[in-house]
Design a protein around this ligand. Sequence first.
Ligand code: IMP
Ligand code: MG
Length: 200
Amino acid sequence: MSFPEPAAYRDLIGGISEVLFTAEQIQTRVRELGAVISRDYEGCRPLLIGVLKGVFPFMADLIRSITIPCEVDFIAISSYSAETRTQGMVRLQKDLDAPIEGRHVLFVEDVIDTGLTLNYVLRSLRSREPATLHVCAMFDKGPRRLVRIPIHYKGFDLPDRFVVGYGLDYRELYRNLPFVGLLKGDVLQREEAQKKGSPK
Ligand code: IMP
Ligand code: MG
């Protein structure tokens, strides 16, 4: 699929200081991942599971690059608070539609940062006894990891910076960008200042 040029997203591109991965680079990498996954899971009918909402563009592109029969399911989670999240606690807002016992599960994630959320989710999935459970992440912020997460399929490494686009949001915006870029520092600062000044 081809997308509009970055400049066409004029009300969003102003918040981006640098494009890290173009839409073309992302689409090419997703096709490569899809080809490898199709080969590795031949005859296995994998179940791809993602966490809403950030993963949906990647999931949509990935499943269309997978050429073998596969199924998709989603969960939705929310953090109780920043503090409980560091303890690896998240609230499940939407569970899987079906049991995964005996299934070949491929967990698909947009970005792995500290790994705390994913660690919690993987523990929960593992307790449901899938036949196999592997991880496919489009972006990996390796240096920020607090818990070890084995990544079987990886799109790109990211620097320790806040990025937006391709599903990744800042306050629910920027998810629709087909490329990934660094959010300008002053956008973050302005938002933080507004937050402090606004009534609770
Ligand atoms: P973790 O538990 O720290 O690995 O959190 C990962 C989640 O944090 C991702 O699924 C994203 O929702 C969010 N996240 C982490 N880094 C970024 C970023 O740079 N931009 C937008 N969202 C991010
Ligand atoms: Mg996510």
